[in-house]
Design a protein around this ligand. Structure first.
Ligand code: FES
Length: 111
């Protein structure tokens, strides 16, 4: 298991999302909805498109390229054309930092 430091809690105010880089190659999107923090893969599972350009509701994230919606909790794709879920990562908040706990090895990303 490894714990990865993404961002400061104050960098992601309620109702916003912000991208963080992991290992210099992967992007993780941190989302704050009503004070709940979620972390999901930063690039769409359908094609290469950065999800911080998407649209947020209380429980979903919509990809701006082809408008698939994803459930923030499960990562599940709710409409076509995306079929694969987004990888979701376990968030831990510690000392004002947002971290994720992930298995050792390369970050899991669905594409
Ligand atoms: S790239 Fe996101 S739905 Fe197509």
């Amino acid at each position: 298991m490894r714990r990865i430091d993404l961002l400061g809690v104050d960098e992601v105010p309620d109702g916003t999302m912000k991208m963080a880089w992991v290992d210099g190659t992967d992007q993780v999107l941190v989302i704050n909805t009503n004070g709940r923090l979620d972390a999901v893969q930063g690039v769409c599972s359908h094609e290469y498109f950065e999800l911080d350009k998407g649209f947020l509701t209380a429980s979903t994230l919509t990809c701006a390229l082809h408008l698939s919606r994803f459930d923030l909790e499960s990562g599940e794709a709710l409409d076509p054309p995306a079929e694969l879920p987004l990888a979701v990562y376990a968030v831990v908040v510690e000392d004002g930092r947002i971290l994720i706990d992930v298995p050792d090895g390369p970050l899991e990303v669905n594409d």
